[in-house]
Design a protein around this ligand. Structure first.
Ligand code: GAL
Length: 754
């Protein structure tokens, strides 16, 4: 078997040793390249003999191809003949482009020994390679496209050319990956672009959805004449909802903004298709965008109690719990059986005070309006463990990055109240990196000028019935280069408590300088250290470990007394990032429990951007349903990372579905496990407190997928009542199997009840 593989590879090698254009006037570079780890300047030259190097597939990271622990430098090389016919057959005969997928983390690309580009940026002839091209923010998610004029001396027409890529991986996944890998002439589709990111979808009334978009011509000298064709189709039955044709001439550099208005049932998934057809050549550039569809029913007028049904507090810590409830105002709140030391405010359901005695207390909470009264048990557990359900809140990082300020934090708190998020259990308003100044001579941590008075700000957030979070690092500096807590842990913990902080995210960052190759003991040490002091203060502070999953933190986060721990690197608003994180969390499943949560990083829905400039999330609506469904199945802390002052109807629909949130907040605290997996589909199952099962069916493909589920395969016996969680509708009984269509990158979230 092994021999056969080798022989086959030999044949491939002969075919692909020197690439030629395909009928589409492209040269395919997704074929095997030569590969070697290490670093040597002579590897950039055409003359270098790479015949002994290994072969590698450029579309997959090197870890997946036998180079498991490779970090640092490695080189890729390929030989190609670039025929002049590429120019002869081209519509625009101006420039040639080299598309090299993406590269994790940094790259320099040489053509025939000369540098043509670095980290996705084309460079002029005779540019010297920058020695520090691998410093700064990782470039792993940047498309590598290098464009040269046809007269550029670095291209050898009708001859063999050697492309050599010097890649540097700073850790984790490394090397070339993604698609496309090809050489082609810059074409109409490279000049004419659609941009959908500048605005979200706007909802008017019950049926009208508008979307602003731009068409632009990035060419500096080409002018195009043609037509813009737009149509929108429903995804379920394909019927057309909208059609329009406009004459559109595009001088160089022009950018034109349009609005398309589609009338549709808000709950129906649909796609808008855009085509620019150039008149002279008939060539087309196409793009498409999924329209949002709203599944969450609007809350009823009768009162309803939402959010967590169990709450943990330590004796002698200030108690703050707001009953989350919806219903037509005014609502009046009450509680029977409150333990000594606690009181409730009837107007907003805020329970405050202090408890002195450990124990479990069952309180009957009540919410009433003109239409009736809702009742539910709230179990208060006064003991050592807090955060008995995963925290629900907002964090400044994915939206504002280092530009966070007092004003933005207060605005987020106001928006929790104004948008009604607070009525669904959303509680924490967390400041991430960027608030710190220095420690003064007495070791007191000082906020910078963007935070004039931390205590006042915390009081304000608390007055809304919300809690406040803060961020620091066990190292001397945070990841954003601000002051960390190294050697000031005790004083910092006391300051946080004095200000009224309820949550600390503690981010490894520059502690890497103190423990460069950390042993297990070194990984735990700084987290234990800060924990000691947090335990001492008379305030409950959720302790969130952030060290990207090093040393399988989910196995020992509990031992260092963390309340949650990041299991991965940073999330971004792309399907690659979301699915790469979300679908690899099965390994953490056994370790979640009340007060001990696996944290696959924060949410990337709504207006995000790592600040100060924002864009609407690049995730499609289906991907966003997947995001919230999967994170809820994973019992993850849900931290919204968007600008709450710009919450649109669709994002609000994602964040206010009480049945989805109830899965996340289920009091047993067991993370879902992956019950089925193939290339196209995954099924995750979470056991819930009342014996029912939450099930997520996920479509990993970019086309719709019928999923046939046999209950036997999932180990379910007997009769089950099935409920669609997003639409909050019962779907009837199932006994043996059921089949469902799942939209591209989308989800069906179900609960099966005995
Ligand atoms: C990263 C962390 C992010 C954010 C950032 C702040 O290490 O993973 O979530 O906190 O630091 O600098």
């Amino acid at each position: 078997m092994k021999k056969l593989n080798v022989a086959l590879f030999g044949v491939l090698l002969l075919i692909f040793a020197c690439q030629r254009p395909t009928s589409e006037n492209k040269i395919d570079l997704s074929t095997p390249w030569k590969f070697h780890s290490g670093d040597d300047p002579s590897w950039s030259t055409a003359a270098f003999d790479d015949s002994r190097w290994e072969l590698i597939n450029p579309t997959e990271i090197w870890e997946k191809q036998g180079y498991k622990n490779l970090d640092g430098f490695a080189w890729y090389r390929i030989r190609v003949i670039i025929p002049h016919s590429l120019i002869d057959n081209a519509f625009i005969k101006d420039s040639i482009q080299f598309k090299l997928g993406k590269i994790d983390d940094y790259d320099q690309v040489f053509l025939n020994g000369e540098l043509i580009g670095e980290n996705g940026k084309t460079l002029p002839v005779k540019t010297d390679p920058r020695p520090d091209f691998f410093k700064g923010a990782s470039q792993w998610d940047t498309e590598r496209r290098y464009v040269l004029g046809v007269g550029d001396s670095r291209v050898h027409w009708d001859q063999e050319n050697v492309i050599a890529v010097r890649a540097y991986d700073q850790g984790g996944a490394g090397g070339m990956f993604s698609k496309p890998f090809e050489i082609s002439m810059v074409d109409l589709s490279d000049h004419i672009k659609f941009d959908f990111t500048e605005s979200g979808f706007k909802f008017t009334g019950d049926t009208l959805i508008s979307k602003q978009f731009a068409v632009y011509n990035i060419s500096a000298k080409e002018e195009f004449h043609g037509k813009l064709l737009i149509h929108a189709n429903r995804c379920d039955n394909g019927s057309q909802l909208f059609k329009q044709e406009t004459v559109l001439n595009m001088p160089p550099g022009i950018r034109t903004v349009f609005t398309v208005n589609v009338i549709k049932d808000l709950s129906v998934p649909a796609t808008i298709y855009f085509t620019y057809r150039e008149s002279a050549s008939g060539k087309e550039v196409r793009d498409q965008i999924e329209m949002p569809y709203i599944l969450t029913p609007k809350p009823g007028k009768a009162p309803r109690i939402n959010g967590a049904s169990v709450f943990g507090v330590r004796p002698w810590s200030p108690f703050l719990f707001k009953i989350a409830a919806t219903g037509e105002p005014p609502l009046t709140y009450g509680a029977e059986g409150l333990p000594n030391g606690l009181r409730i405010r009837a107007v907003d359901g805020l329970i405050t005070g202090m408890m002195s005695k450990k124990g479990d207390y069952t309180v009957k909470i009540k919410v009433a309006n003109a239409l009736g009264t809702a009742e539910r048990d709230l179990i208060i557990k006064c003991g050592d463990i807090i955060s008995l359900t995963p925290p629900l809140g907002w964090n400044s990082w994915n939206v504002w990055g280092l530009s966070v300020s007092d004003k933005k934090v207060r605005q987020a708190g106001d928006a929790f109240a104004a948008s009604g998020l607070i009525n669904h259990g959303w509680t924490y308003i967390n400041i991430d990196d960027g608030w710190e100044d220095t420690h003064d001579r007495n070791g007191n941590i000082l906020p910078n000028s963007k935070f004039p008075n931390m205590k006042e700000m915390c009081d304000y957030i608390h007055s809304l019935g919300l809690k406040v979070g803060i961020y620091s690092s066990p190292g001397p500096k945070t990841c954003g280069g601000y002051e960390g807590s190294y050697s000031f842990e005790e004083k910092d913990a006391q300051h946080y408590a004095d200000w009224g902080i309820d949550y600390l995210k503690y981010d490894w960052c520059s502690y890497g300088g103190i423990a460069p190759n950390p042993t297990d003991r070194e990984l735990k040490f700084p987290y234990k250290e800060m924990r000691r002091y947090l335990r001492k203060v008379k305030r409950d502070i959720h302790y969130s470990l952030c060290q990207y999953g090093m040393g399988d933190v989910w196995k020992w986060g509990n031992e260092v007394d963390g309340n949650s721990w990041r299991t991965t690197g940073d999330i971004e608003d792309s399907w690659e990032s979301l699915s790469g994180i979300g679908f690899t969390q099965d390994k953490c499943s056994p370790y979640s429990a009340p007060g001990r949560w696996n944290d696959p990083d924060m949410l990337v829905v709504g207006w995000v951007g790592w600040g100060p400039r924002l864009h609407y999330t690049r995730l499609t609506p289906n991907e966003q349903y997947t995001h919230i469904s999967l994170w809820s199945l994973l019992a993850a802390p849900l931290l919204i990372g968007c600008d709450l002052t710009q919450l649109d109807e669709f994002t609000l629909n994602l964040l206010t579905n009480d049945e989805v949130i109830a899965i996340d907040q289920d009091p047993v605290g067991k993370q879902a496990r992956q019950a089925w997996k193939d290339q196209d589909c995954q099924i995750w199952i979470r056991d819930l407190a009342d014996g029912s099962k939450a099930i997520g069916l996920f479509n990993l493909k970019d086309t719709p997928l019928p999923v046939n589920v046999k209950l036997d395969d999932l180990g379910f016996k007997g009769k089950w009542m099935m409920r669609d969680v997003w639409t909050q509708k019962d779907l009837g009984m199932v006994m043996t199997h059921f089949e469902m269509n799942v939209l591209p990158h989308g989800t069906r979230l179900l609960v099966l009840r005995k």
